[in-house]
Design a protein around this ligand. Sequence first.
Ligand SMILES: [Zn+2]
Length: 212
Amino acid sequence: MTIDIGANDVLIVVDMQYDFLPGGPLGAPGADHIIPLINALATRFANVVLTQDWHPPGHVSLASSHPGRQPFETIELSYGPQVLWPDHCLWGTHGAEISAEIVIPHAQLIIRKGYNRDVDSYSGFQEADRKTHTGLAGYLKERAIDRVFVTGVATDFCVGWTALDAQSAGLQTAVIEDATRGIDTNGSMHRAWANMTTAGINRLQSNDILAA
Ligand SMILES: [Zn+2]
């Protein structure tokens, strides 16, 4: 299958920040290897949006904000279950920066998410309370974009939730599998792909686009 990319398509590059790369506190194994692929894919798209996980000190998703809790435990919050993470992507830190090896000068928009202290946001579209919107769906709609291709990290969290919300927003959505990497805690990788498949999200490989 080869896919021609056009003016109504967008590439979303999720959270390619130092803290999610190998060596970071939440490094997705092999995430550094997808950088050249993402850069190559981006040259095929006129429209590119980046997301950036962006937390204030004391953010609700951090285990360090909950005395006695450990990273990767799940707790119940007002909006549902929340996995607790090691400290990551704190405002103004080096780890929160998007890797300098991501070279996409024509990227038009950076959506920061998770900046509300009491709500996490895996998705680039909607926070974890499933009520607060980031504005990304409206932005894409105003730009007449109707197909979304998702890359980045982590497949089983921010990539997956972003893809599911894009599809729910009425956008035809695909995840470019080999341009993503996962964290895979407690079966999360298997669950994410099952949910995406059920939702009708296409599972592509980068060659489906690069070979066109
Ligand atoms: Zn986060």
